[in-house]
Write a new protein. Structure first.
Length: 474
């Protein structure tokens, strides 16, 4: 549901006791962790039990599986996930009692009050770039607070209440949340049409990023990857409005050029050279892929512009061990390596397949993809299929429905039919439970199996490993 943002967003310490509806999600759980760290009384409910609920309970939250009006208790404020329906009994109870009801964006803005905000936005790469920047800032001694859409491998958590002045936040455009924040520094990875079920048109989507520029504090900074045309246009717009903007990328137009890029297995290396003659690097990353190099470069430039030591920042980037569900290794059995990634847009698929090729070496690339959302599949399904043509074997599951109803005319078959490989190398497997066996049937020793998608496809990798462990490979 869409909860309106109040005209005035109170700081977190003025919200009283806070109840989260959908507390197990990446966005709300991050806010809850920070509030708990600040001594705020937190409760929350979610539709299913999870390790996230267990961790929040261990940190002091009162958690519930399922939704009931009584669970609101004596809360003063509700923070509600966009995935929650309007008839949710806790939401209905809160409105009936006249409680303060906030969307996720306002909840995050409340915990960011009085901090110097660094907001990371973009169609792709937000979670990775936010995580890279956070890790770099920690290595440089900044001790930032952070809220990320995925768990950092180093910390095992998606949020932290730091002692420093900086707050690094993943700024989500999917529901307009990024238009609520007031960043000192805004980092934009790219601007490419997505979430058209919310924005309606590509023009409206791009217009939201232009509106985001207006949220940057006076005297603030935009850092954007100008290899992407949408982000390059945003830099030009920012400068026309008198906003300081720096372009990063391999493009000749970049203020900080990414140079000397190389890939070897699961690692990437690059250096930076500014138009002012400053050189930084080489920086060696533990993650593969050109898109991750660009993410890291943007994070490094943001850290430098915040006044932190480039060498310390680079060391932090070199130590970055990844984020859950972003080219995450799940294991290896019978010579078959299994990775999982969150890619659900054609451009993200292309980037992750490129990275996976580097890791696969002489092995083949066997990919399982689960389209995410009927609306996205309707618009981008054929482009998704074309992007999957970079694999050797492709298995497509049916659409993960999330917040939308099924459409018999929009299924995974739309994607599978657009994959430019011979018929015997592509399969549409409607039941997710059957995908693991199909992958194992196709995989051979030396191959890399990659599961892609923003939904439940993440459960397939462990199932593949279990089948391989049972001796049912190839």
């Amino acid at each position: 549901m869409r909860v309106p943002v109040p005209d005035e967003i109170l700081p977190a310490d003025r919200l009283g006791a806070v109840h989260f509806v959908g507390i197990g999600g990446a966005g709300l759980s991050a806010i809850a962790r920070i509030m708990l760290a600040r001594g705020i009384r937190v409760s929350g409910s979610d539709g299913a039990a999870s390790s996230t609920l267990d961790a929040l309970a261990a940190a002091g939250a009162t958690t519930y599986v399922g939704h009931a009006a009584a669970q609101v208790g004596d809360a003063d404020t509700l923070v509600v996930s966009t995935a929650v329906r309007e008839d949710n009994p806790e939401v209905v109870e809160a409105y009936a009692r006249g409680l303060r009801v906030l969307p996720r964006s306002a909840g995050l803005a409340a915990v960011m009050a009085d901090r110097d905000v660094v907001a990371v936005a973009g169609t792709h790469g937000k979670t990775t770039t936010t995580s890279l920047l956070t890790t770099a800032l920690v290595a440089a001694g900044a001790d930032p607070s952070y809220a990320v859409g995925g768990e950092l491998a180093q910390t095992g958590t998606n949020a932290h209440d730091g002692a420093g002045a900086l707050f690094v936040a993943e700024a989500d455009e999917s529901d307009g949340a990024f238009l609520v924040y007031r960043p000192r520094v805004a980092v934009v990875t790219n601007v490419e049409a997505d979430h058209l079920d919310v924005w309606g048109t590509e023009e409206a989507y791009r217009g939201a990023f232009e509106e985001f520029l207006g949220r940057i504090e006076p005297g603030g900074l935009l850092v954007a990857c100008v290899d992407d045309p949408g982000a390059a246009d945003l830099v030009a717009t920012a400068r026309a409005r008198g906003i300081r903007a720096l372009g990063v990328g391999e493009s000749d137009e970049a203020d900080w050029r990414v140079v000397d890029v190389s890939f070897a297995g699961t690692t990437s290396t690059f250096s930076l050279a500014s138009t002012g003659g400053v050189e930084v690097g080489p920086v060696r990353l533990q993650i593969p892929g050109r898109h991750y190099v660009l993410d890291a470069a943007a994070a490094l430039v943001a850290g430098i512009e915040l006044g932190l030591d480039a060498e310390a920042l680079s060391a932090g980037l070199a130590s970055f061990a990844g984020t859950r569900r972003r080219m995450e290794s799940k294991g290896e059995v019978a010579g078959v390596r299994v990775y999982d990634s969150y890619a659900h847009h054609p451009q993200e698929i292309l980037g992750d397949l490129q990275a996976a090729r580097s890791v696969a070496g002489d092995g083949r690339l066997v990919v399982a993809f689960q389209p995410h959302l009927v609306s996205r599949t309707r618009i981008f399904g054929e482009a998704m299929g074309r992007a999957l043509g970079g694999a050797d074997e492709v298995v497509v599951a049916d659409v993960y429905l999330a917040r939308e109803a099924a459409d018999p005319d929009v299924t995974g078959a739309l994607v599978a039919g657009a994959v430019p490989l011979a018929e015997e190398h592509v399969a549409f497997v409607p039941e997710l439970a059957d995908v693991a066996a199909e992958l194992v049937r196709r995989a051979r020793p030396g191959d890399l199996v990659l599961t892609l998608g923003a939904g439940s496809i993440t459960d397939v990798g462990p199932a593949v490993l279990a089948l391989l462990e049972g001796g049912r490979a190839g």
